[in-house]
Design a binder for this molecule. Structure first.
Ligand SMILES: Cc1cc2nc3c(=O)[nH]c(=O)nc-3n(C[C@H](O)[C@H](O)[C@H](O)COP(=O)(O)OP(=O)(O)OC[C@H]3O[C@@H](n4cnc5c(N)ncnc54)[C@H](O)[C@@H]3O)c2cc1C
Length: 427
C-alpha cells in the first residue's frame, strides 16, 4: 500500500493524475441525497444528481476510485456482460435489443463525459476477443453476423487464426473477433476525472468516511464514525465492498478477487510486436485473461482470481504464469506492479439495480463489465431519484437470483462451480 496516497500500489496509482484530498466527514450535515461509495457508480450518480440541481454528499470509506473502479482492466466492451445470443434466449429479441441499446448509451456516456470534462484518461478504441478453444470455432462469425443484422452494429469482424496472430503475438488463439467501437481507458484517472467534475458541480465529497449504518427512515440518517448526513435519498454504490452494510442486497452478488500485473516498459518495437495497437484483448476462458498495452508500452495483464477474503501473498507470482501461458516470449520481462481488486458477480451475470424502499437506490453486480454499466447505473439512478425512471426500470426489472446459501454459504457453492467451469475450460 502506498500510504501517502491511500491507494493500492498499482500501475494506475503510480500514473494517477488529479488526485485530490477530500476531508473526512465531521459533524452533522444535511443533503438531498447521500451517495455511499466513490467508484464509477457512486461518482457518476453524484455528478448526474448535482447536474439535476440536487444537493449531494458522497461518502467514500477510503479514497475515490479505491475499489474495483481504480484497479480494473480498463476494457470497455460493447453490450452487456451477457452475450446477445443469451439475452435473446432469455428475453426474446426485443428486450435483448433494448439491453444492447442501453449498453451502447453507456459506452457513449463515457465518451461524452471524457469530452465534456476534458478527462485525461487515455481513452482508446478497439477490443479483440481471442478464441482459445476448438469448440468455439465459428462463434466469432456468428456473433459478428447477429450484431450486424439484428442489432445494427456492423463494427465487429471475425478474424481467422492468421489475422488474429497479426494483431496479438500469441499462439493461443484459433480465431478472433475484433470490435472496432469498443474502448479502453485508464480507469483510475477516469474515476478521478468524474469526481473532479462532480465537485465542480457542487458535490460535497468526503474520503476516509466509512458509513457504519443508516436508518431505514425518510429522511435517512447516514452515520460514519465522526459524523452523519440527514438525507432525503440514499444511493448505495459499494458494490463488492458492501460488507454487512445492507443485508437486503448482499446475497444477490458474490464478491470475487481478481488480479493484475504491469510489466516493465517493453519499448515501442517490442510492445508493437506483441500487440499491434492500443486495443484491449480478452480470451474466451471462464476465468478470463485480459490485457492491453499502456501508453508507456507496458503490458497490463489480468488473470487469475480467488474467492477468499485474502489476496495471494505474492500477486506477481500468482498472475505471471497466466501471462506466460499466452506470451512465453515474455519470460525475461520484469513485473513492476501487481495488485488485486474485488468485483461482484450475479448468478446470471446481469447487473443488479433497484430500489430497496422509496428513498434508497442501489447498483451492483456488474460481473466484470462495470466501467460502462456502472457509469450508466449512476446516471439512471440519478434520473430515477429525480422522477424519470424509464431506463432505470428496464435494468431494475432484470431477474436477479439470490446465491444459493445466501451471504453465509454462497462461497463453498461458488468455489465448486468455479472449479467445474475451470476444468471444463481445459477440456
Ligand atoms: C481486477 C479487476 C479487473 C476488472 N476489469 C474490468 C474491465 O476490464 N472492464 C470492466 O468493465 N470492468 C472490469 N472490472 C469490474 C469493474 O471494475 C467494476 O464493475 C466497477 O468498477 C464497479 O464500480 P462500483 O463503483 O460499483 O464499485 P467500486 O469501484 O468497487 O466502488 C465501491 C466503493 O464503495 C466504497 N465503500 C464500500 N463500503 C463503504 C461504506 N460502508 N462507506 C463508504 N464507502 C464504502 C469502497 O471503498 C469503494 O471505493 C474489473 C474489476 C476488477 C477488480
Amino acid at each position: 500500500m502506498s500510504e501517502m496516497a491511500g491507494y493500492p500500489d498499482s500501475y494506475y496509482a503510480a500514473t494517477a493524475v488529479g488526485v485530490r484530498d477530500c476531508p473526512p466527514l465531521e459533524g452533522e450535515r444535511k443533503a438531498d441525497v447521500c451517495v455511499i461509495g466513490g467508484g464509477f457508480t457512486g461518482v457518476s450518480a453524484a455528478l448526474n444528481l448535482a447536474e439535476r440541481g440536487l444537493d449531494v454528499v458522497l461518502l467514500e470509506a477510503e479514497r475515490i476510485g479505491f475499489g474495483a473502479s481504480g484497479r480494473c482492466g480498463g476494457l470497455i466492451g460493447s453490450g452487456q456482460r451477457k452475450e446477445v445470443v443469451d439475452t435473446e434466449k432469455m428475453f426474446g429479441l426485443e428486450r435483448s435489443r433494448e439491453l444492447w441499446d442501453l449498453a451502447e448509451l453507456a459506452k457513449q456516456e463515457i465518451r461524452d463525459r471524457v469530452d465534456k470534462h476534458d478527462i485525461s484518461c487515455d481513452l482508446q478504441r478497439g477490443q479483440l476477443v481471442g478464441i482459445h478453444k476448438k469448440r468455439y470455432l465459428g462463434w466469432a462469425k456468428e456473433i459478428a453476423d447477429v450484431l450486424a443484422t439484428r442489432y445494427d452494429y456492423p463494427f465487429c469482424t471475425a478474424l481467422n487464426a492468421e489475422e488474429t496472430r497479426a494483431r496479438v503475438a500469441s499462439n493461443d488463439f484459433l480465431e478472433g473477433l475484433y470490435d472496432s467501437k469498443a474502448l479502453t481507458i485508464h480507469p483510475l484517472n477516469y474515476a478521478l476525472g468524474l469526481a473532479r467534475a462532480a465537485v465542480e458541480r457542487g458535490v460535497r465529497m468526503y474520503e476516509r468516511s466509512r458509513v457504519l449504518k443508516y436508518s431505514r427512515a425518510d429522511p435517512a440518517i447516514v452515520e460514519t464514525a465522526q459524523g452523519s448526513i440527514k438525507a432525503s435519498f440514499v444511493v448505495l454504490a459499494c458494490n463488492a465492498y458492501l460488507g454487512d452494510l445492507e443485508p437486503r442486497m448482499a446475497g444477490k452478488m458474490m464478491p470475487i478477487n481478481n488480479f493484475m500485473i504491469a510489466t516493465e516498459p517493453l519499448g515501442e518495437v517490442r510492445a508493437k510486436e506483441l500487440i499491434n495497437g492500443r486495443f484491449g484483448v480478452h480470451d474466451t476462458r471462464f476465468v478470463v485473461d485480459y490485457f492491453r498495452l499502456s501508453d508507456d508500452n507496458r503490458l497490463l495483464f489480468g488473470g487469475g482470481e480467488n474467492y477468499r477474503s485474502r489476496f495471494p501473498r505474492d500477486i506477481s507470482k500468482f498472475v505471471r504464469p497466466y501471462m506466460l501461458r499466452l506470451f512465453p516470449q515474455l519470460s525475461d520481462v520484469a513485473i513492476d506492479y501487481a495488485w488485486g481488486g474485488t468485483l461482484s458477480v450475479t448468478v446470471n451475470r446481469l447487473p443488479h439495480l433497484g430500489r430497496l424502499q422509496p428513498n434508497v437506490f442501489f447498483g451492483q453486480g456488474y460481473s466484470g463489465h462495470g466501467i460502462s454499466i456502472a457509469t450508466f447505473a449512476g446516471k439512471v439512478i440519478a434520473e430515477a431519484v429525480t422522477g424519470t425512471a424509464g431506463k432505470f426500470d428496464v435494468l431494475a426489472d432484470l431477474p436477479i437470483h439470490t446465491f444459493p446459501g445466501g451471504t453465509l454459504l454462497r462461497y463453498p457453492g461458488m468455489v465448486l462451480a468455479m472449479l467445474y467451469y475451470t476444468i471444463r475450460d481445459r477440456i
